[in-house]
Every structure is written in structure tokens, then in C-alpha cells.
Design a protein around this ligand. Structure first.
Ligand code: PPS
Length: 640
């Protein structure tokens, strides 16, 4: 097979070469037969775009129909699987036409949503929501036609892009490399009230909630709705043998004779408790088990999906071979608790599952700014229970699983007795053990899973970190940053990079000025470089003014997402002292009006609200300040 995009995927994944079994994969889903590439079958059976399976009219489709396999499966949400990929001929025509159409480069989150839309995983949606669907989903958890749907799926764009659009226009949606993936026929363009959306959908406008934070701080301000025509699915180059469209998974169920399938959703590594829970659930409802972890976007700070999938593959060895399968879900989670649980159930229905496990605190976003949980631990179960008859997928509710020492067994917490010795290790405690290289008991996990996690998540003293100084010009940031750099080099063990304000402006941001927009861009660049250094185990020391709280927060997110630590040091030397020092003579010029928009004089500086350290260089020496930073790094485990 030749050609680009999704067609290639079949070749790359090896699925059409008739070999899907990986090293551990007695249990991997075998699609060999279903790809129509076995003896006597031609590749003409392949669907457009290459990933759907058994297109209408194909030999395979006929075979499945004759045997009544497809009809035995649970119906997709809304009745029909909305595969939005076009046939090769239409695709060729569209590719020739779209060159002059407006074009939008999709964000990481939009790419995930697009894939879910194009494959039918979001059936009955046929595109990004229009205003009527959006408003009813937000307010009543239903599409405009009354179908249950709890989560907005919207395409957010910039004001500038939206200004040039009107209803009926066709927009080309591209991946970050510029490859056209789909065409959107614009039905609506509107400015949503994003705070109202956050309150209605997430029950809060607190930015400590990852979904709220994305909506209010990262999403663009205008929504564009419309039907999609799919040209190519987003390309994946990882774990292709474990990625399936709803059509492929349905065909697999049909092929294997799976009628009752219980799905398990996760964004975390799985340990013994999860294994016990999923097996119990499958036995309880006498169903086959589909482990379907999310590999799109999860909560910032989660363990990366590459590591997790290797762990799942190890774990799969512990399940009965004939009855369990692993498949990856390219969903971008919103961490929306109850609404998200209901959404997950609908999605699993589209993949052919009849049952869905909802545990404690499903898709929970953690604690709010006051340290309280956003949702009750079993609120998600309550919501799914309310809708399960209407949506037709059955929930398998589960309590938290704990280990009872005397019985040498995991049981749901409500089945323990007062005299039992109950053992459990929380996610936080497990991460601490990884971070500090502390032993993980055998009752908690499997040695190969822990080993895998330790490989990519070494203890803190071997991880990278970023020390981010912020403060007024002349506050002493560069002096401290230089001294810290030398101290760290003296200690050894890590590559150290200094990203000083002036140096960055000379090499990385030489074209930028000091408007808010340019300052933000400058800081994001620094954040990007620092996160790359951190990811690779180095120490990045940044020393820009970075006057805006939100941009500094973005840097923290980037660094933490890269799997390292961020230490924000507020150099709080008062303006009067900085001005008196005036080493570069810039304050004098700013006061004289020769420089406009000078931080602290006629431009704002927003002090950090919760920095790891605050240092006033008028009150402490350089050595003293360095010691405080090193002690902080030591307390956090980054140096020892
Ligand atoms: S920012 O806001 O973080 O992008 O600024 P930064 O890149 O750190 O600024 C680097 C140095 O530019 C000098 N400078 C100014 N600072 C603030 N406001 C205005 N308008 C301005 N014009 C020039 C200033 O000396 C900064 O260096 P430091 O090391 O902070 O003194």
C-alpha cells in the first residue's frame, strides 16, 4: 500500500499484514481476519481513510451480516455509528479544492476531539457542536433533539479567525504540520460565556479544576460549529496495534462472539486493586472485559501514556487470555467528574460495550482552591445511574478496593469487617514512593509494572527542575541566577542552563518589544525551553521579569507536564531599592519618559501569590539567598 496519511497507518501498524500480535499479546485484539487481507481477500475491502472496518458492500461486511454478528451488538448512541470519513474519490476532489479555503491549525485537544468525531466515537455528533446543541448540552445535558449528551464538544478559535467566517463557509482543519484532516461546513459562529459554561458543566469557575482552567485560560474565545467531512485521521506512530476505531472494535466483538462487554476507563497506571476490580466486575455481569485507557489528554501531571501503556501490557498477562482485551482511547478528558462519567459511558456504547465500570471519584479533578473535593466520591455513579435506562449501557458501580491482610485479598471497602487489617496505598503515597525510590510492596502492584514506572519516573534527585526567578528590573534576579548556576555546577550531577532575561532577549526573542503580548510570548518561549531542559533531566534557571501571573502559571504547567519540578522564586526587592540601584540607568530614563511601558513605573507587575520562595535582596546576601534556594531544592528532593 502506498500513499500518505491514514492509508499508511495500515502498513505501519502491521495490521493489514496479518500480524497484530505483539510480544505479550496472547490477549491483543487480532484484526487479521477482519482486515480482509487474509487468503482470498483483497485490500479493496479497506474503508476510506483505512481504519474503519467492513464497509458496506465488502465481502467481510456481507459475511458479518450473514452471520448476524453486527446486529447482535448494542446500538451506537443515537442509533447509527457516524463515521465521517469520505470515500477516496471525494477525498481526492476535496483535496484539489481546499487550497484557498480558510484553514485552522488544530490544538492538541481539538485533534483528539476530531479523531473521536470522525471515527464515530462521539456518535450521534457529526461535527463540532452548533449553538443550539451547545446551549442545551450546557444547561440540560441533552442535544437540541433531546438525545442525552453531557459534555460540550466545541471548536474554539481566535477572534481574528472568526471575524472572517460566516455560515456556509468551509474551513480546512489541519494538524500542526499543516496536513488537512477534515473540512468543517460552518453552521454557527458565536462568542460563548465561558464562565457560565464552566459553572454549568463543571459546577465551578475555580481554576484549580483542570477542565475549568483549560476553558477559561487556554481555550480561544469564539466557537465555530458545523458538520465534518473527514479526509484523514490524525496519524499515530505509537502502539498502533492497540488503537481501534469504534467500527474496528465492534467488528472484533462480532468476530470473537463477544456480546456482553464491560469497559474499564483509566488515566492512571493499573495495579493489583484495579486488576481485582475489573475481574470482579466482569464476573459479576458475566461479560468480556475491555480495558480502554485514555491516551489523548488527561490531567496535567499524570504519568505519560507511553509509560502507562507499557504497564498495561505487562498487566494484561495477569488476565484470562480469551476474555480480556486492551484498546487505547484517543479522548481528551475534561476531568468533569459526574458529567464526564456519563460521557464516558456513551462513548463506550459507541465502541460496542454493554457495561461500563464507574468507581470512586470517576474522572475527578482533585481538590478546589479551598482544599475541598470538587465532587462527592460517588456523585458520578449517582448521575450515571439516573440515565442508564435511557442510554441503554449498564453501569457496574464499584467501591474503592482495599487489601485485607488476613485474607491476602482485595475486597471492596464496604465488604471489610471491623477486625480486618486493611491496607491501601493512595496515588499520592505511591508517587511519593516512586519519587523517593522507596520500596513498593508486592500486595500493591506487580514487579514489572513498578519497574516500568521507575524507568521513566526516577526518584526526584535524578529528575530535572526549573528555578524560575521573577521580579522587577534591578531586583537582583540575574545575580542570584548566576550564583545558583555556579553552585549547582560545583555540586555536579546535572547539566545547568541559564535563561537570563537579557540573554534570552538577545538570542531567542530579539524581535520582541515590551507590550503585554510580546512579554507573554517571551515568557512562553522561556517556559518551552525550560520544560525541554527539565524533561531531559537538566536544571533550567530562568531570570526574566515575567510580570504576569497567568503566564508564569503556564510556565509551571509546561514544566510540570514535562515531568519535573518548578521552583518559583519571587525576588521581592522593593521598587525604591531597584530604582536607587538603577545599574542600567533605565529607571531614570523611564521616569524622564524616554522609555515607555517600563515595569514598575508605567507598566504593571503582578507579584506571585504562592511562590516556593520569596527573597528580598535588600535584606539578604547572595550567598544567603543561594543557601535558601539549595535548601528548598533539598527539601523537595531534587538535590541531596
Ligand atoms: S519580560 O517582561 O519578562 O519579558 O522582560 P525581560 O525580558 O525580563 O526584560 C529584560 C530586560 O529588559 C530591560 N527593559 C525593560 N524592562 C521592563 N520594561 C521595559 N519597558 C523594559 N525595556 C527594557 C530590563 O533591563 C530587563 O532586564 P532586568 O535584568 O530585569 O533588569
Amino acid at each position: 500500500m502506498s500513499g500518505k496519511g491514514a492509508d499508511e497507518k495500515w502498513t505501519r501498524s502491521g495490521r493489514c499484514r496479518g500480524e497484530t500480535r505483539g510480544p505479550i499479546s496472547g490477549k491483543m485484539i487480532t484484526l487479521r481476519l477482519l482486515c480482509g487481507n487474509g487468503p482470498g481477500q483483497s485490500q479493496e475491502n479497506h474503508p476510506p481513510g483505512g481504519r474503519g472496518i467492513a464497509p458496506a458492500g465488502s465481502v467481510l461486511h456481507k459475511r458479518l451480516k450473514e452471520k448476524g454478528w453486527m446486529s447482535d451488538l448494542i446500538a451506537p448512541h443515537g442509533g447509527t455509528l457516524k463515521d465521517r470519513m469520505v470515500d477516496p474519490e471525494t477525498r481526492g476532489t476535496l483535496r484539489g479544492q481546499l487550497v484557498d479555503w480558510p484553514s485552522w491549525d488544530l490544538t492538541a485537544r481539538q485533534l483528539c476531539d476530531l479523531e473521536m468525531l470522525l471515527t464515530g466515537a462521539f456518535s450521534p455528533l457529526e461535527g463540532f457542536m452548533g449553538k443550539a446543541d451547545y446551549e442545551r448540552v450546557r444547561d440540560e445535558m441533552r442535544l437540541a433533539d433531546g438525545t442525552v449528551w453531557p459534555m460540550p464538544v466545541t471548536l474554539d478559535v481566535t477572534e481574528a479567525f472568526a471575524d472572517a467566517l460566516s455560515s456556509g463557509d468551509r474551513v480546512v482543519l489541519r494538524n500542526p504540520e499543516g496536513v488537512p484532516l477534515a473540512v468543517l461546513e460552518v453552521s454557527d459562529v458565536w462568542r460563548p460565556d465561558r464562565v457560565a459554561e464552566a459553572k454549568a458543566v463543571f459546577g465551578s469557575d475555580d481554576r484549580a479544576h483542570a477542565g475549568v482552567n483549560y476553558l477559561l485560560n487556554r481555550a480561544h474565545p469564539v466557537y465555530v460549529g458545523g458538520r465534518l467531512t473527514g479526509l484523514d485521521l490524525p496519524a499515530h506512530h505509537d502502539f498502533n496495534h492497540l488503537r481501534h476505531t469504534p467500527g474496528e472494535l465492534r467488528a472484533m466483538c462480532a468476530e470473537r462472539g463477544w456480546r456482553r462487554v464491560v469497559a474499564f476507563q483509566t488515566r492512571n497506571p493499573m495495579h493489583r486493586a484495579h486488576q481485582e476490580l475489573t475481574l470482579r466486575a466482569a464476573r459479576q455481569v458475566e461479560a468480556n472485559l475491555l480495558i480502554q485507557p485514555v491516551v489523548g489528554m488527561t490531567r496535567p501531571g499524570d504519568i505519560d501514556h507511553y509509560t502507562r501503556v507499557r504497564c498495561y501490557e505487562h498487566l494484561l498477562e495477569t488476565y484470562p487470555e480469551q476474555t480480556t482485551a486492551l484498546s487505547l482511547l484517543p479522548l481528551a478528558m475534561r476531568m468533569g467528574g459526574p458529567r464526564e462519567a456519563l460521557w464516558h459511558a456513551l462513548i463506550r456504547k459507541n465502541y460496542g460495550c454493554t457495561h461500563f465500570i464507574v468507581g470512586r471519584d470517576h474522572a475527578g479533578p482533585g481538590k478546589n482552591s479551598d482544599g475541598e473535593d470538587f465532587y462527592g466520591p460517588y456523585e458520578a455513579q449517582e448521575l450515571v445511574r439516573r440515565y442508564q435506562d435511557e442510554i441503554g449501557i449498564e453501569m457496574v458501580p464499584f467501591q474503592m478496593m482495599v487489601y485485607v491482610e488476613e485474607r491476602g485479598q482485595y475486597v471492596p471497602v464496604d465488604e471489610t469487617h471491623e477486625t480486618d487489617t486493611v491496607l491501601s496505598i493512595s496515588g499520592t503515597e505511591f508517587r511519593r514512593r516512586l519519587r523517593e525510590g522507596v520500596d513498593v510492596p508486592a500486595w500493591f502492584s506487580y514487579p514489572r509494572v513498578v519497574e516500568e514506572l521507575r524507568r521513566t519516573h526516577p526518584p526526584r534527585h535524578r529528575q530535572g527542575f526549573t528555578v524560575f526567578f521573577t521580579g522587577l528590573s534591578g531586583a537582583g534576579k540575574s545575580t542570584l541566577a548566576n550564583a545558583l548556576r555556579v553552585k549547582l555546577l560545583e555540586m555536579g550531577g546535572r547539566a545547568v542552563t541559564l535563561l537570563d532575561g537579557d540573554i534570552v532577549r538577545k538570542h531567542l526573542s530579539s524581535e520582541l518589544g515590551f507590550s503585554r503580548e510580546h512579554r507573554d510570548l517571551n515568557i512562553r518561549r522561556i517556559g518551552f525551553v525550560a520544560s525541554e531542559i527539565t524533561k531531559n533531566g537538566g536544571a533550567a534557571i530562568c531570570a526574566p521579569i515575567a510580570p504576569y501571573r497567568q503566564t508564569r502559571r503556564e510556565v509551571r504547567e509546561m514544566v510540570e507536564e514535562a515531568g519535573g519540578g518548578m521552583i518559583e522564586v519571587y525576588v521581592s526587592t522593593p521598587l525604591a531599592v531597584c530604582e536607587q540601584r538603577d545599574r542600567k540607568g533605565l529607571y531614570a530614563k523611564a521616569r524622564a519618559g524616554e522609555i515607555k511601558g517600563f515595569t514598575g513605573i508605567d507598566d504593571p507587575y503582578e507579584p506571585p501569590e504562592d511562590p516556593e520562595l520569596e527573597i528580598d535582596t535588600a535584606q539578604c546576601s547572595v550567598d544567603e539567598a543561594c543557601q535558601r534556594i539549595l535548601l528548598k531544592l533539598e527539601a523537595l528532593g531534587f538535590v541531596r
